[in-house]
Design a protein around this ligand. Structure first.
Ligand SMILES: [Fe+2]
Length: 271
């Protein structure tokens, strides 16, 4: 089994995500659309000032589960509530063709590399954070990730490829090997043409994408500190507030985890 087949078996099949998506989609009555064909889209999330005040709440930890953030309020700002839905929620409805729920969130910050970036050194270096090498995320195929850029007083970025370009790499076996900092040699070796997109953050803007389908990586700033807040989103059978009350509000918290669906018997969470 390839890495991708194992991921699909683990999440889509064993985890119940494929069945859940079909079920919720069938129950949902709204117009049919889709996320942009390329598998990612830039969106406006917050006002710049709000993003910057959230950024200011980050403490010294490099990777911080957003314990100090009022998640209920944050999700309400991002997704809207009580029927007042944001533009992002409209996009999520169109994409999933169902309701959805945020299931994990975390803050990340990253300063410049301590040495001058050098192609061959970086390619082999263990010092480069795994999420700063080209990769797809683990998890169910149906989940989306929303990266919210909290600041823009740095030159860091997110690089992402279209769904179609990513497919070329996956089909050429990219996921079977180590994550690479640069993929041009791999592309040349396999005759792949591709166009990476560099998403330059504006505080308050965001990137929503299919992290299991599109290759992506963080890009180190050469000055300043890159700060982002990320939210993992899955298709769900009820509005996010309901999910929140039943799970997050009862102590469920996760920086990078997925609930297991158990469809057809009251409780959707297995563990
Ligand atoms: Fe990722």
């Amino acid at each position: 089994m390839t890495v991708e087949q194992r991921r699909i078996q683990c999440w889509d099949v064993d985890g119940g995500y494929a069945a859940a998506r079909e079920k919720y989609r069938a129950e949902f009555v709204r117009a049919n659309f889709d996320l942009q064909e390329q598998g990612f889209e830039e969106v406006d999330v917050f006002l710049r000032a709000d993003a910057r005040s959230l950024s200011a709440k980050l403490d010294e930890t490099n990777y911080l589960v957003a314990a100090k953030i009022n998640k209920r309020r944050l999700f309400a700002e991002v997704f809207g509530q009580f029927g007042r839905l944001t533009q992002i929620t409209a996009k999520l409805h169109r994409h999933f063709q169902s309701e959805f729920a945020p299931v994990f969130c975390s803050m990340l910050k990253m300063g410049p590399l301590q040495y001058k970036p050098d192609y061959h050194r970086l390619a082999a270096s263990a010092e480069v954070d795994e999420s700063y090498r080209w990769h797809v995320d683990n998890g169910p195929s149906s989940h989306l990730k929303l990266i919210i850029y909290l600041n823009d007083d740095h030159d860091g970025a997110t690089a992402v490829m279209s769904r179609q370009d990513s497919r070329k790499f996956i089909d050429a076996g990219y996921l079977e090997g180590e994550r690479l900092f640069h993929v041009d040699e791999f592309a040349e070796e396999h005759g792949i043409s591709y166009t990476p997109y560099k998403i330059q953050p504006k505080a308050g803007s965001g990137l929503i994408f299919e992290p299991t389908n599109v290759l992506h990586k963080g890009m180190y700033p050469t000055f300043g500190e890159r700060r982002v807040f990320q939210i993992g989103i899955i298709p769900w059978g009820e509005p996010w507030e309901k999910h929140y009350e039943e799970h997050w509000a009862k102590g469920y918290s996760s920086s990078n985890g997925f609930p297991k669906y158990v469809l057809g018997d009251g409780g959707p969470f297995d563990a």
